[in-house]
Design a binder for this molecule. Sequence first.
Ligand SMILES: [Zn+2]
Length: 306
Amino acid sequence: MSARFRIGIDLGGTKIEGAAVDILGSVPVRRRVDTPTGDYHATVASVIGVIDAIQKEIGGIAPVGIGIPGTVSPGTGLVKNANSTWLIGRPLQRDLDAALGRPTRLANDANCFVLSEATDGAGAGLGTVFGVILGTGVGGGITVGGRILVGANAIAGEWGHNPLPWPAPGEIGGPPCYCGRTGCLETYLSGPAIAVDHHRHTKRRLSAPEIAAAAGSGDAECGATLRRYMDRLARGLASVINLLDPDAIVLGGGLSAITALYDRVPGIWSGYVFSDQVATRLLPPVHGDSSGVRGAARLWRPDEIP
Ligand SMILES: [Zn+2]
């Protein structure tokens, strides 16, 4: 075993990212390949290929943690809840362990994100942290005392498939979601969702970054779309604060780059949280896209590195 490194893999729907993370949190080696979308066996082979390439570079083997869309069901050992649907129902961990010849650790990608940010990122040193991915999909994860809260069903923090709380009359029912229900938070808060909402109200097709940029430049319609988005995000997060009462909520994913969220959403959520004052902080990520691989590597604690 290489004494200094843990390897983190972020298995995404379009890219497989890998990195060697040293004991101090530096990331001297990175690899990135396209995910063989739709092909399970090629996906397993690509992950192993990335691990092999990193191990060659660091000159030895190291513990491997892997962040995946979805999670491994504690009941069956099979992947569930993945929006990369070709992984669903597959024994991914067993196949990776067999191909590598030793045990890996797998966790939900949002759990890896929050573990990274709670270790040496925006939530470092805080007791309870809720991490939210606002991207193509919406996910969430929780750390308590710097450790992931996995849960009995391995779904702790899976907030994106709760319904939008305190719905306005026009929000009842809500858009259909891939999970089979309607009106999930993901159908309002993902990047594609804000674009759909903007088109519904204005008949203009703009992406989430375009809407945020235009809102910042004073475009009235885009400003209205962003206000609807922030009000929905604030309501969704208020329900998390009522349940979990975290010290901080850290945003990740593409939409976490919208700086207005950090200024304005806490002012809105105070109207919904069941408390006279709200001390919970809303924070941007420190490590950005690197949190996937950094958190995956940290599925192994420092004292577990041989
Ligand atoms: Zn859903």
